[in-house]
Design a binder for this molecule. Structure first.
Ligand SMILES: Nc1ncnc2c1ncn2[C@@H]1O[C@H](COP(=O)(O)OP(=O)(O)OP(=O)(O)O)[C@@H](O)[C@H]1O
Ligand SMILES: [Mg+2]
Length: 438
């Protein structure tokens, strides 16, 4: 699209730019209207638009609004007798490039083809990222702690060992359990999950082990329990810390013999399941209090994966915020462009007691409610920067500043480390060391 108020130039350019299909807008308002209804890849924008033909204020404003409405569009600004400084300013504000008036159409075509190429590459890149992020294992991370956990997932997943997942609420224990199943040789077999805390104690046994007809009042037919349903696959026992003592004994017996009896039954049934358990309680404490069997603890705990709290994952919060923004834009057919600096700062400072789940729900609500193109700290219901610099410890302040800049750079580059390092003007190893600092 060409945004140009001069009718003669409009005509001339349309002709000069063939075979590109060119649409024309004569003003900021018309340009934005057209962008809302179409999918332009490149916009050529005259900076000297009325009412400021001799300045660049209307042009720069148009640029800003175009990029807000459609951040992917490559805008090439054309500046005539306006100062060169305005063209530079436009590029600093996100324009792809600038070209001097009178326009040499051959040069312009070159710049356009470069812009198109860039736009294609970016699109490919997002598609690839969408395939990998949230694709295979559904885990989004960049922090060293989570990278280590992902490595553990790859190593431990394929082995038939029992895994105990611990971590605060919302740290991703469910996601991890599913991911462990997905990378195992059992992935084509069932994954059965049951939450031990949500089922009344007297029903849990039959829920897990099944029952025979007539085993108790209301047992009108033989029913398979979760263990049998998960045969050949994975059984995920969530909130294992809430399992009553008698059932713990029965579970232990199963883990030793790999056989079970349905409630009210005599037949001993062989079941082949891989057991994954999870809890946000401290099992050692429950053991000390006599509420959890120590021998069972060792059985379910061939491998322990302790998921770190979100506040311990450095820049992951900003990365996840971006990921959830994309997710909910898509799911809710919204077009929120991103986060304000204030929001990014607030996200990296917040302590996230509800961890990833809290972040997900705050971003979701903000996407639903957002009135502007960018989500603010207020949309997230988080405190905007308060009392910065009240603490005069310089090292600490510098560290905080570094953290914020790193988080923002990662958000701007969709988590691309090389691009983020470039943006920050530092080396990749330096960036890695900043991400890793505690
Ligand atoms: N690393 C991650 N990448 C992407 N999404 C994540 C990640 N970790 C967690 N989530 C998402 O966050 C939400 C909470 O995760 P999950 O239910 O796995 O937490 P949990 O540890 O099981 O919590 P609880 O102890 O309350 O059961 C889910 O919607 C999940 O998809
Ligand atoms: Mg859970």
């Amino acid at each position: 699209m060409l945004v140009e108020d001069d009718l003669g130039l409009q005509k001339q350019m349309r002709w000069a730019l063939s075979p590109y299909v060119v649409d024309v807008a004569g003003s900021r308002v018309e340009a934005l209207e057209k962008i809302g209804n179409s999918t332009f890849r490149v916009v050529i924008l005259d900076l000297g638009l009325p009412p400021d033909e001799n300045g660049a204020s209307e042009g720069l404003k148009t640029l800003d609004e175009i990029l807000n409405a459609a951040p992917r569009i490559k805008v090439i600004v054309a500046s005539g007798n306006v100062e060169r400084a305005n063209a530079v300013k436009a590029v600093a504000n996100g324009a792809f490039d600038f070209i001097a008036k009178p326009i040499d159409s051959e040069i312009l075509k070159l710049v356009i083809s470069r812009a198109l190429r860039m736009s294609e590459l970016e699109e490919e890149n997002t598609q690839l990222r969408e395939l990998s992020a949230g694709g295979n294992d559904g885990l989004v991370y960049a922090s060293p702690k989570m990278t280590q956990i992902a490595r553990m997932l790859d190593r431990v997943g394929p082995m038939d060992v029992s895994v105990l997942l611990t971590g605060e609420t919302g740290t991703g224990k469910d996601v991890m359990a599913r991911a462990l199943h997905q990378v195992s040789r059992r992935k084509a077999q069932p994954f059965i999950a049951i939450n031990c805390a949500s089922i009344p104690e007297n029903l849990l046994e039959s829920e897990l082990f099944g029952h025979e007809r007539g085993a108790f009042t209301g047992a009108v037919k033989r029913t398979h329990g979760k263990f049998e349903m998960a045969d050949q696959g994975t059984l995920f026992l969530d909130e294992i810390g809430d399992m009553p003592m008698p059932l713990q004994a029965k579970l232990l017996r199963f883990l030793q013999e790999r056989r079970l009896e349905r409630v009210g039954g005599r037949e001993s049934i062989t079941v082949d399941v891989r057991l994954i358990t999870a809890t946000n309680q401290k099992l050692e404490k429950l053991i000390a209090e006599g509420k959890f069997r120590e021998d069972l603890y060792y059985r379910i705990n061939d491998v322990l994966i302790d998921l770190p709290a979100l506040r311990e994952r450095e820049t992951d919060s900003v990365l996840l915020a971006q990921y959830f923004l994309n997710k909910f834009n898509k799911a809710l057919s919204k077009h929120v462009a991103g986060f304000t600096d204030d929001a990014l700062g607030a996200i990296s400072r917040h302590s996230w007691p509800g961890n990833v789940r809290e972040l997900e729900s705050r971003v979701k609500r903000a996407v639903i409610m957002a009135e502007s193109k960018r989500i603010t700290a207020q949309d997230l219901d988080l405190e905007a920067a308060v009392g910065a610099f009240r603490d005069l410890n310089m090292r600490k302040e510098v560290e905080n500043l570094e953290k914020r800049l790193v988080a923002e750079a990662l958000a701007c580059t969709d988590g691309n480390i090389s691009k983020a390092a470039k943006l920050l003007g530092i080396s990749r190893p330096h960036l890695y060391s900043l991400i890793g600092q505690d």
